[in-house]
Design a binder for this molecule. Structure first.
Ligand code: UD1
Ligand code: CA
Length: 463
């Protein structure tokens, strides 16, 4: 994607307002840490901000926001405390000492997570050392929002907050998104001049618009779809934003050639890297970084997290795959569980109710039913019989098992680790092996079958 570089324009400083308490979330988790597609709301905004390559990024957090700061301490941003919540203008002024006069300031919101980089790029094109750019919207219902007052020539004159608006002004449909870009030198001056003599007793950031107009500084509006600037105040809006995000991500994937059975029932909470003709059935959740090779099929109701799945592999329904590396042409599931460090070669089959953890399985090995493979290294063409358990844990240590090529384990066998099974060995059904199994041959480790011919079954005494 060709990115227009804002080469000639002044360096950028982004201020993200995040001092809200979010009481309406009815949650112990601060609002901006509520997850959207698996990441905190604020993390989405930070990522969008950083994609603009700003010279500085400041987050204004509030009283009790230490949890927010701690959760995102790895982010390359500056944290600015707004000790008292005195309004959006006051919040922005807390960050201004960190910002050089020649910078362009972009104000974003920690609870407005869907705004796109492209939109902000366009907005920043409109702003400059002597120009303010204002992002506006035309919501179905503008109740509660600040209204954009324009003159007869369509020029923006001021923003009037809903609470301060008269009857005429309340009829204005164009509303303030809150997102604005302004030159730091002028912004600093305007913020100092803000007064709180309004119905809410707050220092409104929005009042800088009238100040700019008075100084003949052009205010250039840009209208954006209101879906892109939905704010999140409660769980209903959180779900709405999640749905919009899902739509956006899945549309990109569909246009990139991924077949998604129902885009309203597939959640990508991270990054999906994919080959051609990938098919994803309903109810699939993909988390972290997931790589799907060409023609991979993921069946209904699977969860795949931080894993790679090779070409042509088919994952049947209801599998949980976490931090696994699956080769090409494998068959997985239904109802299989691949846990961290499960590494499967080509053509491996993992069937129903099979769990594989921290184990390598060589090419064409199979565990088709009801088995546990943990802390093991399997060769190629190994057949793990139904009910085979690798007993890797003695209550204190995880012990390793090595199984050679072409080994077959019988149904219901237990391999007590540490264990080595030589290539080509067959373990009889029902065996509990505790000593090294030599290559080839049949190893039987179970009580011998005997029949007591003259045995009498007890009978109930007659009443
Ligand atoms: C603000 C705008 C309004 C706009 C609306 C869009 C002002 C005065 N009004 O109104 O024109 O239509 O957003 O949603 O700017 N915040 C702080 N510290 C504060 C106050 C607010 O960090 O002292 C943060 C909040 O956490 C929130 C954002 O700023 O993320 C907006 O604050 P809020 O009080 O919700 O503003 P609105 O009244 O909705
Ligand atoms: Ca609000």
């Amino acid at each position: 994607m060709a990115r227009k570089k804002r080469a000639q324009s002044p360096p950028l400083a982004v201020i993200i307002l995040a001092a809200g308490q979010g009481k309406r979330m009815r949650s112990d988790l601060p609002k901006v840490l509520q997850p959207l597609a698996g990441r905190p709301l604020l993390k989405h905004v930070i990522d969008t901000a950083l994609s603009l390559q700003p010279a500085a990024t400041c987050i204004v957090y509030g009283h009790g926001g230490e949890q927010v700061r701690a959760a995102l301490s790895a982010e390359p941003v500056e944290w600015v405390l707004q000790a008292q919540r005195l309004g959006t203008g006051h919040a922005v002024s807390q960050a201004m000492p960190r910002i050089a006069d020649d910078q362009l300031v972009l104000v974003l919101y920690g609870d407005v997570p869907l705004v796109r980089r492209q939109t902000l790029d366009e907005l920043l094109q409109l702003a400059g050392p002597r120009r303010v750019a204002l992002l506006t919207m035309l919501p179905e219902d503008p109740t509660g929002y600040g209204r954009i007052v324009r003159n007869t020539r369509g020029q923006v004159q001021r923003i009037i907050e809903h609470q301060d608006a008269g009857k005429q002004q309340l009829r204005i449909r164009e509303a303030n998104t809150g997102i604005v870009a302004a030159p730091a030198r002028l912004l600093k001056k305007w913020l100092k001049a803000l007064r709180n003599d309004n119905s809410q007793g707050e220092y409104y950031l929005t009042d800088i618009i009238a100040m700019a107009v008075r100084e003949r500084i052009p205010v250039l509006p840009m209208v954006v779809s209101s879906a892109e600037v939905v704010g999140v105040n409660d769980k209903a809006q959180l779900a709405q934003v999640e749905a919009l995000h899902r739509q956006r991500i899945n549309r990109e994937l569909l246009l990139a050639g991924v077949t998604i059975a129902d885009p309203s029932r597939c959640d990508v909470r991270g990054t999906l890297l994919h080959g051609e003709d990938v098919f994803i059935d309903v109810g699939v959740v993909l988390e972290g970084t997931v790589r799907l090779g060409n023609r991979v099929r993921v069946g209904p109701y699977c969860v795949v997290r931080n894993s790679e799945i090779g070409e042509e592999t088919c994952v049947f329904g209801h599998c949980i795959i976490d931090s696994a590396d699956i080769g090409a042409n494998c068959l997985i599931g239904p109802f299989a569980r691949l846990r961290p460090a499960a590494v499967l070669g080509q053509g491996v089959h993992i069937g129903n109710f099979v769990e594989v953890k921290n184990s390598r399985m060589g090419g064409d090995s199979k565990a088709n039913h009801l088995a546990y493979v943990g802390d093991a290294q399997l060769g190629s063409r190994v057949n793990i019989g139904a009910g085979t358990i690798i007993a890797n844990y003695d209550g204190a240590h995880k012990n390793r098992t090595t199984i050679g090529d072409d080994v077959h384990t019988g149904s219901n066998s237990v391999l007590v680790a540490p264990m080595t099974v030589g290539a080509g060995a067959t373990i009889a059904a029902g065996s509990t092996v505790v000593k090294e199994v030599p290559p080839g041959g049949l190893t039987v480790a179970r009580a011998r079958q005997l029949t007591i011919a003259d045995w009498r079954r007890p009978v109930k005494p007659k009443k």
